[in-house]
Design a protein around this ligand. Structure first.
Ligand code: PAF
Length: 314
């Protein structure tokens, strides 16, 4: 299959290499510094998929290419713009896999596509979430800090269902563990509960995920997790406390050597996903009359850290 990975940061680059190894034709669309490095020395990976891989990479979507599948691996805050770019450049628009953290991301992509291509049919979107720990070491260089899995939704609508089958095949052929579920919304919430606890604490204290099993970070992660769980229940999700706790500590253990994506973003002076995670929980919590003091403090602290980071001369 011909596959485009649009917005190929560390995770997208790792996916691209997996698909290449699975025998597919892959094109990464990434930032210029990544493209230059990948073209110069190949994509360097440490960890289970260690090697140097010559993956084709460009810094903008090329007009008129016709991939069979597209993965949009941009961060949530860039999804609307990604949709607009996809709408501008690609006809037909291929099925799009969205593996972002956070809830309600499909709408952002749809709005972007509609803004630039109002007469195009709405894109076929397949939602997914993943727990694959990847740390960017530098341009075109990353470390896979363990093995995770990708969970892909099985939509009811036949065209989207077929696209979901193809994405499953794509990941499997590349040796990435895949699970498919009819209720992806539940998995998106499951992941949100994990991100709500792990990401702000690790980013605020500049610690690896594994440190969360030690105090005082453990207590902070648990408070955030409890509040996120309360919102999930108010929203109709039915995670029991033991189930949600088991999920959290399983991901902490599996990604112990990883820097969370929020910590990586802060360190690079890039925007973080705090609004799509804690901000969204606060907005939804408010609608249900829930007080979320730990979440609200976490949001303030990460926003402050991001401002300090931006104000610091480089
Ligand atoms: O955002 C992240 O960093 C990841 O979702 C996870 C699973 C928490 C691993 O670091």
């Amino acid at each position: 299959m011909r596959v485009v990975v649009f917005g190929a940061g560390a995770t997208g680059q790792l996916f691209g290499v997996a698909f290449l190894r699975g025998g597919h034709e892959v094109l990464l669309v990434a930032r210029s510094e990544e493209v230059e490095a990948i073209r110069g020395h190949g994509l360097r990976i440490e960890g289970p998929s260690a090697g140097v891989y010559p993956v084709p990479a460009v810094d903008a979507l090329i007009d008129g290419i016709t991939p069979d599948l597209l993965l949009a691996t941009v961060k949530t805050f860039d999804l609307r713009e990604a949709g607009a770019e996809i709408g501008r450049r690609l006809r037909p628009i291929p099925p799009v896999l969205l593996p972002q953290n956070g809830i309600g991301v499909e709408r952002l992509l749809e709005e972007g596509v509609h803004a630039s291509a109002p007469s195009a049919p709405p894109p076929t979107i397949v939602r997914a979430v993943h727990t694959i720990p990847v740390t960017r070491l530098g341009p075109g260089s990353l470390r896979e800090a363990g093995r995770g899995e990708i969970v892909i939704g099985i939509p009811k609508e036949p065209v989207a269902k077929r696209a979901s089958d193809q994405f499953e095949e794509l990941f499997r052929s590349g040796g990435i563990a895949v699970r498919r579920v009819p209720d992806i919304e539940r998995e998106v919430w499951r992941k949100l509960l994990v991100n709500a606890a792990i990401n702000p604490v690790t980013a605020d204290h500049n610690i690896l995920n594994g440190k969360l099993s030690e105090e005082p970070w453990r207590g902070q992660a648990e408070s955030l997790h409890r509040e996120a769980l309360a919102v999930s229940r108010a929203e109709g999700q039915t995670f029991s406390e033991p189930e949600a706790e088991t999920d959290l500590w399983r991901v902490v253990r599996a990604t112990a050597a990883n820097r969370s994506s929020m910590l990586q973003d802060l360190r690079r002076g890039r925007p973080t996903e705090i609004d799509a995670i804690s901000g969204e929980l606060l907005r939804r919590g408010k609608l249900h009359g829930l007080e979320l003091p730990a979440t609200s403090r976490a949001l303030e602290r990460i926003e402050r850290r991001a401002r300090e980071r931006l104000a610091r001369p480089s």
